[in-house]
Design a protein. Structure first.
Length: 52
């Protein structure tokens, strides 16, 4: 999803600097959301006891 959002600005008629800036913003947002979701999932997931 993040990669798709990063490629989206390159489908417009904006100048190259604006396209790169938009792609960078989308990358930062995607990385932040991914990190937050990973941290939340890790803290919510139950830990399993191993009886081995």
């Amino acid at each position: 999803m993040t990669v798709a959002m990063m490629l989206l600005p390159f489908t417009t008629d904006l100048d190259t600097a604006s396209q790169l800036a938009s792609a960078a913003v989308f990358l930062v947002i995607g990385a932040t959301v991914t990190g937050l979701l990973s941290a939340t999932a890790a803290s919510v997931a139950p830990t399993r006891a191993y009886d081995g």
